[in-house]
Write a protein that binds this ligand. Structure first.
Ligand code: 13P
Length: 255
């Protein structure tokens, strides 16, 4: 099995004003003066907090990402941020395709595809999210559903190195519900995603691309999740808002 660096990524979603973000960033920098070998740490604050968090965490071994981006370079797109703007604020990663953006903001596979291409061209790593709703899980067609999201969202993406892309499998029924998928459930779909990535990008690249699990990941279940061969870390919502919980997940991922 290739030796992929585990990634523990925090998605703060729409939480923390500037003062609260500064406080959490300070707490994280203090809790994680170093990270275990073989683990990388990422936090993705709301856009308004990014420059503050960047300034507070400059000395910490924690990467910074955004939760959204627009694919055009600049111009009359009220409310949006471009790849270069994110880069200038210190972001090296950006979440795209989160089910909350697909659901509440009607983002489509085509939107994801444009965002993924713009990010890669700008040298920012997309954290591409995919995942099925509960009814698809119950119908038993979730593997095809998720792999089709991956194919549509990442079609034609040109990457030369596996570190240029991260995929996060987040079953919608497990997000914020406390209902975690079992490690076996996560492995089943993350493994299928890797097979799809092999078809799309070739075996060598796909073997090195990190595939994360997200959905009620917490200190109590991170170890069994990352013990699975195709689960290379987690995209963490709720538990990333508490420095002690998030830091403990980072440590456990490295054990
Ligand atoms: P929770 O960890 O709060 O379930 O959120 C998962 C998620 O959506 C991360 O992007």
């Amino acid at each position: 099995m290739p030796n992929r660096t585990k990634l523990i990524a925090g998605n703060w979603k729409m939480n923390n004003d500037v003062a609260a973000a500064a406080k959490l960033a300070d707490e994280l920098a203090e809790a994680l003066p170093e990270v275990p070998e073989g683990v990388e740490v990422l936090v993705c604050p709301p856009t308004i907090d990014i420059t503050t968090v960047h300034a507070r965490m400059q000395a910490a071994p924690i990467a910074l990402g955004a939760q959204n981006v627009y694919w055009e370079a600049k111009g009359a797109y009220t409310g949006e941020s471009s790849c270069d703007m994110l880069k200038s604020a210190g972001c090296t990663y950006c979440i795209i395709g989160h089910s909350e953006r697909r659901g509440y903001f009607h983002e489509t596979d085509e939107d994801m595809n444009k965002k993924a291409k713009a990010l890669v061209a700008a040298g920012i790593v997309p954290v591409f999210c995919c995942g099925e709703p509960e009814e698809v899980r119950e119908a038993g067609t979730y593997v095809d559903f998720v792999c089709n999201q991956v194919k549509a969202g990442l079609e034609g993406l040109e990457i030369k190195c596996p570190k240029q892309l991260v995929v996060a499998y987040e079953p919608i029924w497990a997000i914020g519900t406390g209902k975690t998928a079992t490690a076996e459930d996560a492995q089943e779909v993350c493994g299928a995603i890797r097979e799809t990535l092999k078809e799309m990008f070739g075996e060598e690249l796909a073997d090195g691309i990190r595939v994360l699990y997200g959905g009620s990941a917490k200190p109590g279940n991170i170890a069994e999740l990352v013990a699975k061969p195709d689960v290379d870390g987690a995209l963490v919502g709720g538990a990333s808002l508490k420095a002690a919980d998030f830091a403990s997940m980072v440590v456990k991922a490295g054990e």
